[in-house]
Design a protein around this ligand. Structure first.
Ligand SMILES: Cc1ncc(COP(=O)(O)O)c(C=O)c1O
Length: 391
């Protein structure tokens, strides 16, 4: 029996100045709070390691060490080799860049598969590529309960399919997908398995090797890190790519070949502190178990008069819920919750256009995004506040 580390939320919260102000944040899906060590590391980097690679003195050595530590930390986080990690401004820009690189050799009539569950950051890059190269886009539909329609996926795969781009979990309603099964289907069709792990990565451990995906992307500000994009590209896949790069820049390993320009050393210093923080509090395994308890509490105590969308319980999802308070427009509810000390966003599409069309709500919706730094008392207070709004 493995030694399961449980998360000590009091210990977690004392690490965040931002959580000491009497306001409960339920908006982690749009970006989490960051522990103080992350900001400290960023500030220290600007004081002590403000240099580029390759100079024969201490500041440059420190910048290089920061970069190497970030590659190693990100590799451990994703389950790949350090040389397969690349960094960028955010997930969206990395995805535009990598999809362009992957697609350079694709021919008119080749097919791309995207899903109706995905954030547009993993749809729009493929639509634009298809527009420019004359490719055909196939969309995998979703079932009424917001799970992905796997028969629909099987139905759109063909020997012209070049990529299956899909999400690990939706940022809007929290539904997860069977990643390994989808990867296997993609590979059986001879296509790349291209995973958006941006929402999932804050809640459960990703292991790109076990999941057998070719590309995985996420954004570190979703899991208590700085604003920074992070991607894994399988070395054997990238070996066949012609990268968009400045000619004198590195050609190996894969991750460095695919990055452009000078790395964001300050953000990487913050990321190193983020990985340290996650490790100290028990890692993603402890986070997943703790968040599940909060999610069970939320589901069990949701008051009458609140409509929840998507999967009804905690199975098959991460702890992100889309709800509406009957008779109260979402924007009004969000404002009133903020006045009571609860940070809950209202939105319309949540950038998930396929899901938005199929759920069919009109006046927007609220997204209650639980994070591992939330407490049971905060959930109790939020649920009571939701009940008052509806009464
Ligand atoms: C599931 C998902 N994918 C992609 C993105 C885009 O991430 P970024 O803002 O880092 O480009 C987001 C952002 O909210 C997201 O939630």
């Amino acid at each position: 029996m493995p030694d399961l580390v449980s998360l000590d939320v009091t210990d977690v919260r004392r690490r965040f100045s931002a959580l000491d102000r009497g306001f409960a944040f339920f908006d982690g899906a749009g970006g989490t709070q960051t522990p103080d060590v992350v900001g400290d590391a960023i500030a220290r980097s600007t004081r002590e390691a403000s240099a580029n690679f390759g100079a024969p003195y201490a500041t440059s050595h420190r910048a290089g060490a920061t970069f190497e530590q970030a590659e190693a930390g990100a590799a451990a986080f994703l389950g790949c080799a350090p040389g397969e990690v690349t960094f960028g401004l955010n997930m969206t820009s990395l995805n535009f860049a990598l999809s362009r690189t992957a697609g350079r050799t694709w021919a008119p009539g080749d097919e791309l598969v995207v899903t109706a569950l995905d954030h547009d950051a993993n749809v729009a890059p493929w639509l634009e590529l298809a527009h420019d190269l004359g490719l055909v886009v196939r969309v995998v539909p979703i079932n009424p309960d917001t799970t992905l329609d796997l028969d629909g996926l099987r139905g759109v795969l063909s020997d012209r399919t070049r990529v299956v781009a899909f999400t690990a979990a939706t940022n809007a309603v929290g539904t997860k997908t069977p990643i390994r099964e989808i990867s296997d289907l993609a590979h059986a069709a001879g296509a790349l398995s291209w995973l958006d792990a941006t929402h999932f990565a804050a809640h459960e451990r990703i292991d790109v090797a076990a999941l057998d995906v070719d590309v995985a992307l996420c954004s570190t500000y979703k899991f208590c890190g700085p604003h920074l994009g992070l991607a894994y590209v399988r070395e054997a896949v990238a070996a066949g790519w012609r990268p968009y790069k400045s000619r004198p820049s590195a050609s190996t390993p894969t991750g460095r070949m695919l990055s452009t320009g000078t790395p964001p050393f300050e953000a990487l210093a913050g990321l190193n502190a983020t990985f340290g923080y996650l490790e100290e509090i028990g890692g993603l395994e402890a986070i997943e178990r703790y968040e599940r308890g909060l999610a069970e509490q939320f589901v069990a105590t949701l008051p009458d008069g609140v409509t929840a969308y998507g999967l009804p319980g905690v199975e098959g999802r991460v702890p992100t819920f889309m709800v509406n308070v009957d008779g109260v427009p979402a924007a009004t509810a969000s404002r009133q919750l903020a006045e009571r000390g609860y940070g809950v966003w209202s939105g319309d599409t949540w950038y998930s256009l396929g899901l938005y069309q199929s759920l069919g709500y009109e006046d927007g919706s609220l997204r209650v995004a639980l994070s591992h730094y939330n407490t049971a008392d905060e959930v109790t207070g939020l649920v009571a506040a939701l009940a008052e709004l509806g009464s």
